[in-house]
Design a binder for this molecule. Structure first.
Ligand SMILES: O=P(O)(O)OC[C@H]1O[C@H](OP(=O)(O)OP(=O)(O)O)[C@H](O)[C@@H]1O
Ligand code: HPA
Ligand SMILES: [Mg+2]
Length: 180
C-alpha cells in the first residue's frame, strides 16, 4: 500500500496535534449545549474517533452515509443518502464531522437536509478543506488543514475504497490509478 504513496502531505504527528486543538476549541464552544456529533461515513471515521476523545463534554454520536464519488476521483454531483439518522434532532446542536470538503456539493446537500429537520443548530468540522475546487457556497465552521488541489488518501480518505487505514494523509503516485 505505502509503495503507492508519492508524498506525505500531513504526518501522523501533525494530525494528532491539530485534532487536539480542534477538540479544545469545540469543547469551549459547546459547553452546556446538547451536542450530537454526526459522522459522515465512511471517510470521517478515523478523524471522528480521535476527535471525540478530545471533546471533553457529554455528547451523543450518530452516523449518516452519503455518497457522490463511488469509485471515481470526481464527484458525480448527485448526493444519495445511503444511511440516515436514527432519531429526531429538534432538541440538539448538530456538529457534522467530515474528512474533506472538496466541491462542497455533499455538504451543501447535507446541511439543507438537516436544517429541514429543525435542530437547534448545524455546524461543520472538517479535517481538510480543498477550497480551490469549491462549486457550492459552503464554508466549514472548523477546519483542520487547508490543502491544495490534489487528490489525497489516508486517515479515512480513500481511492476506490483503499488507503483509508493509512495513519497519515498522502498523495498517490500516478501508477496507483492505473492498477484498478
Ligand atoms: O465536497 P465534495 O466534493 O462533495 O466531496 C466531499 C465528500 O466526498 C467524500 O465522500 P465519498 O462520497 O467519497 O464517500 P466515502 O466517505 O465513503 O469515501 C468525502 O468523505 C466527503 O463526504
Ligand atoms: O481528495 C480526495 N480524496 C479522497 N476522497 C475525496 N473526496 C473528495 N475529495 C477527495
Ligand atoms: Mg470516498
Amino acid at each position: 500500500m505505502e509503495e503507492y504513496i508519492a508524498k506525505v502531505l500531513i504526518s501522523r504527528e501533525e494530525l494528532g496535534k491539530r485534532v487536539a486543538e480542534l477538540g479544545a476549541e469545540i469543547t469551549r464552544d459547546y459547553e452546556g449545549k446538547n451536542l450530537l456529533v454526526l459522522g459522515i461515513l465512511k471517510g470521517a471515521v478515523p478523524f471522528m474517533s480521535d476527535l471525540i476523545r478530545e471533546i471533553k463534554l457529554p455528547l451523543a454520536y450518530d452516523f449518516m452515509a452519503l455518497s457522490s464519488y463511488g469509485a471515481s476521483t470526481q464527484s458525480s454531483g448527485v448526493v444519495r443518502i445511503l444511511k440516515d439518522l436514527e432519531r429526531s434532532v429538534d432538541d440538539v446542536h448538530i456538529l457534522i464531522i467530515e474528512d474533506i470538503v472538496d466541491t462542497g456539493l455533499t455538504l451543501k446537500y447535507l446541511k439543507a437536509n438537516l436544517k429541514a429537520r429543525n435542530p437547534l443548530s448545524v455546524k461543520v468540522v472538517t479535517l481538510l478543506d480543498k477550497a480551490a475546487r469549491r462549486q457550492a457556497d459552503v464554508t466549514p465552521d472548523y477546519n483542520g488543514f487547508s490543502i491544495p488541489d490534489e487528490f489525497v488518501v489516508g486517515y479515512g480518505l480513500d481511492f476506490n475504497e483503499e488507503y483509508r487505514n493509512l495513519p497519515y494523509v498522502g498523495v498517490l503516485k500516478q501508477e496507483a490509478y492505473e492498477i484498478i
